[in-house]
Design a protein around this ligand. Structure first.
Ligand SMILES: NC(=O)c1ccc[n+]([C@@H]2O[C@H](COP(=O)([O-])OP(=O)(O)OC[C@H]3O[C@@H](n4cnc5c(N)ncnc54)[C@H](O)[C@@H]3O)[C@@H](O)[C@H]2O)c1
Length: 290
């Protein structure tokens, strides 16, 4: 989507961190921006920040885990700006822990927000983008955690891998409707994600006391790249029509190592006495798409 000026962007989790960076970067391109977030105080501060920079911005309280909230936020955006062209499904929360120690409420919460939140955004906005006939773009925030799975991050990685998988499929399905799809996979970025677990809603049951934050984790996020740089990288990628958006080229080595391990497993299958004597097979239709 090369022309952005005069169009409308909708960003979930837009009150902080990467979402605010996306809102500021797209606003800087002359787009009007609606930011949606669960945190009312942060939303007000983010709106003031954007408006100070001359960006036409508004905000809406929205819990992406609830489809009805996303639908209401979409209607608020149409009422305010008339149309939506670009949707950033970005809201996300951090959940992890040692094997067997992740409470079931935590699993439900991370799936509701990081996975179903993206589904709610895409399913709500695609018909609205289609209706105006000007085309559009969806950016789903995954993570490098969608490309690799470090131990103790399995719940978070499960959702972020799902966001990569869904975005890959949707990019093909939605191209036919003049809607592009990107999946954003950042490494460490300056944000408030470290505080995210402390804001876990009570409906998911009592949260275990997290204990003091490890200094290593705190400084890791603070030493991440600026969220605005991520937003500006996403602007470049949307203009160039990129599916995968990376922001940390230094992660190439561990991702390459993972892909090498996966490809080596195919070599094992090809050499396997149990498999190699079977009759040759054609690929099924769904594997031939590429
Ligand atoms: N910061 C990083 O290092 C990093 C790296 C890779 C991916 N990500 C992803 O980037 C996205 C943004 O995270 P961030 O790092 O900017 O964190 P952040 O905590 O600074 O921002 C997330 C925002 O989402 C909002 N939010 C949380 N739950 C919500 C819900 N149910 N509905 C609506 N809004 C909700 C929060 O109030 C907050 O304003 C997340 O999906 C996260 O997983 C972050």
């Amino acid at each position: 989507m090369q022309k952005l000026t005069g169009k409308v962007a909708f960003v979930t989790g837009g009150a902080s961190g990467i979402g605010l960076g996306l809102a500021e970067a797209f606003g800087g391109q002359g787009m009007s921006v609606m930011i949606a977030d669960i945190d009312e105080t942060a939303l007000a501060a983010a709106l003031a920040h954007l408006r100070q920079r001359g960006i036409s911005a508004d905000g809406v309280i929205c819990n992406v885990a609830r489809r009805a909230d996303v639908e209401a936020a979409a209607q608020r955006t149409l009422a305010r700006f008339g149309k939506v062209h670009l949707v950033c499904n970005n809201a996300g929360v951090p959940v992890g822990g040692p094997f067997g120690k992740v409470p079931s409420g935590d699993w439900t919460w991370v799936l509701d927000v990081n996975l179903l939140g993206v589904v709610h955004g895409v399913e709500t906005f695609v018909p609205l983008i289609e209706a105006h006939g000007e085309g559009g773009w969806i950016v789903n925030t995954s993570s490098m955690a969608g490309m690799m799975s470090p131990p103790t991050m399995e719940p978070y990685c499960a959702t972020k891998s799902a966001v990569v998988a869904m975005s890959e499929g949707w990019s093909v399905q939605l191209a036919a409707r003049s809607i592009g799809v990107s999946v954003l996979c950042p490494g460490v970025v300056q944000s408030r994600i470290d505080e995210g677990y402390g804001r876990r809603p009570p409906e998911y049951g009592a949260a275990p006391t997290p204990g003091p934050r490890p200094a290593k984790t705190l400084s890791m996020v603070q030493e991440g790249i600026p969220a605005l740089a991520v937003g500006e990288r996403v602007v470049e990628a949307v203009k160039d029509g990129e599916l995968y958006i990376f922001t940390h080229p230094e992660y190439r080595a561990p991702v390459e190592a993972r892909f090498r391990r996966i490809l080596a497993a195919f070599d094992k299958a090809a050499e396997s006495p149990a498999i190699k004597t079977l009759a040759p097979r054609d690929l099924p239709y769904f594997a031939r798409a590429e």
